[in-house]
Design a protein. Structure first.
Length: 170
């Protein structure tokens, strides 16, 4: 199935998702992460500010205050990841996102990235269609973990040449 059609189905699923399903999936993924050796051994962690009913990982900042956290900031058609020490440092941005301030320190060497996925197909992330993460990961290393709801995991989609695989999908 083509990505445009799959995205429409995902949006509909998000709209109809019950709070119980959403909260249970959040809990399940957080429990996995806080017990994952790769996360526990990472010093520099990239998160995202959740929109719609994306999985919310922000509590990791409180649970593991000794780690350094970085959030994506859109700059034209590219992403940079900038240091954030408190969620209140984030400011309103396009697409109902919250981003670090432009003056926040950019980090190029992040140990682990938690990446929001609208859907996944195998190890490939399907996002909102702008290609920000694919473009970023062409030039950056780090372990990439796709975060997705169970019903939207491993759908069959046509993968494009520019799509970058995740290292792991939760």
């Amino acid at each position: 199935m083509d990505k445009k059609t799959l995205r429409k189905k995902a949006y509909k699923y998000y709209e109809q998702m019950s709070d119980d399903i959403y909260l249970n999936r959040n809990k399940e993924i957080l429990e996995y992460i806080v017990n994952d050796e790769r996360f526990l051994n990472s010093k520099k962690v990239a998160l995202y500010y959740p929109i719609k009913k994306e999985i919310n990982l922000l509590s990791l900042m409180v649970l593991f205050p000794n780690k350094e956290y970085f959030f994506p900031r859109m700059e034209g058609n590219t992403l940079s990841f900038r240091k954030v020490t408190d969620i209140l440092e984030l400011e309103d941005a396009k697409f109902n996102l919250k981003e670090p301030k432009k003056t926040s320190k950019i980090e190029e060497n992040i140990d682990i990235y938690y990446v929001p996925c609208l859907l996944t197909s195998g190890e490939f992330r399907i996002g909102y269609g702008k290609g920000f993460y694919d473009n970023y990961f062409k030039n950056h290393q780090g372990f990439k973990v796709g975060i997705v709801h169970k019903k939207l995991k491993n759908v069959h989609a046509k993968i494009d040449e520019h799509d970058i695989p995740m290292d792991y999908i939760i």
